[in-house]
Design a protein. Structure first.
Length: 399
């Protein structure tokens, strides 16, 4: 466990879920820069302070020790929210020290200090600035922070066109601050999010349907090519099967199964509040009248009982913020095995070079190639322990 040192004390911080083998810290130089700036400028924190995009709660935990007038954290990440809860408790903060909000919640009505951790998604930043702008006033202190590689001209333009005049600080330890002066009278364009688009013609049962994407979802303005390939090779014969769309994004994969398999029971889960909101709206819009499904924002399949699922469909991310890693995919595969019934199957789509077949063989004992093209593979792993269970028909997987 690493300790963040600030002007207000030292704080033991971890990511969530905590993994002693994970070398990545729960903060970086941009968090340190922002906290140092607030202390050196003696920023008045007696009003309402909103912290946006605080990845693992480092900012909220440090600021809670300063005892501001009111402190709210706004995040799209369930894992980030859980990390914040645990880091606050570890620091000895009161249970109500921070108001934990999601990107789907209404923001505070008035914000006196707005702190923005620049997200990887420019779309999510755009959406959040639009949503927060009405709560700002002429005296609001607005400070953004991020690593130099994450702050571009387009980033500064969003602050400038949505909030007001913007400048940047000097870089320190490859981190930079964004300093913005809100202009309540600024004429800004309408918020373009959520975004809607029609699915391509080669996507089976969902072809031509218009889907909604909240900001921040991977490939928020179009269908990503991995999912497009996956939709061509989904299993069939799923009558009465319980199917999980794990890391569902906008839920297109699960929706395709729901439309093709009227008897299947669907579960959508993702750690992003924006993603699950999109998946639920798309399902309500396109599924048959009276059709139901379960929707969870959470840590993988943690909400599901062991051996309660027949099929898991997964297009795992291979980035954790800016880090390229298969850690998330490995956790998803392990989670999937836990909830699968004996004989149940995990179907995965991924880039060929990621070598998911090696990881799946390690976890499941075997792995079968279902389909491939020059860029992607669809893999199938079966939970072999115990007796047989219903197995999806692979007829649709022929290439």
């Amino acid at each position: 466990m690493n300790r963040l040192t600030t002007s207000w004390g030292e704080f033991p911080l971890t990511r969530f879920p905590e993994d002693p083998r994970d070398p990545l810290r729960a903060w970086d130089a941009s968090d340190e820069y922002l906290l140092r700036h607030l202390a050196e400028t003696d920023t008045d924190l007696s009003g309402t302070v909103a912290v946006v995009g605080d990845r693992w709660g480092a900012l909220a935990t440090a600021l809670a020790a300063r005892r501001p007038g009111a402190l709210a954290q706004i995040t799209d990440s369930y894992l980030g929210r859980r990390a914040t809860e645990e880091n606050l408790a570890r620091s000895g903060a009161a249970p109500d020290a921070v108001r934990l909000l999601t990107t789907q919640d209404a923001p505070p009505e008035r914000i006196d200090v707005l702190l923005v951790r620049i997200p990887k998604s420019l779309a999510l930043l755009e959406d959040q600035l639009h949503r927060l702008a009405p709560a700002l006033h002429e005296g609001t202190v607005v400070v953004g922070t991020g690593m130099v590689k994450d702050i571009h001209t387009s980033t500064l333009q969003l602050f400038e066109t949505i909030l007001g005049p913007t400048r940047t600080s000097l870089a320190t330890k490859k981190a930079r601050l964004i300093l913005c002066t809100p202009d309540p009278g600024l004429h800004r364009a309408p918020n373009p999010w959520p975004y809607r688009y029609a699915l391509p013609a080669d996507t089976g049962t969902v072809a031509g349907r218009t889907v909604v994407n909240q900001a921040g979802i991977f490939c928020a303005d179009r269908l990503d090519i991995g999912t497009r390939f996956f939709l061509k090779h989904l299993p069939t014969g799923l009558d009465r099967a319980r199917v999980v769309d794990l890391g569902c994004g906008n839920g297109v994969v699960g929706l395709a199964v729901a439309l093709a398999e009227p008897g299947a029971e669907l579960v959508f889960t993702d750690e992003s509040y924006q993603a699950v909101a999109s998946a639920e709206e798309n399902f309500r819009t396109h599924a048959a009248a009276g059709r139901t499904a379960e929707f969870f924002v959470g840590d993988g399949t943690a909400e599901l009982a062991a051996e309660s699922v027949d099929l898991v469909l997964n297009n795992p991310p291979f980035h954790s913020h800016q880090a390229t890693t298969d850690r998330t995919a490995r956790r998803m595969f392990t989670d999937a095995r836990r909830v699968l019934r004996p004989g149940g199957e995990l179907w995965v789509v991924g880039n060929r070079h990621l070598g998911y077949h090696v990881t799946l063989r390690r976890i499941f004992g075997s792995c079968e190639l279902v389909a491939s093209d020059p860029k992607f593979v669809v893999l199938r792993a079966v939970k072999r322990t115990g007796g047989p269970a219903r197995r999806p028909d692979r007829a649709a997987a022929a290439t």
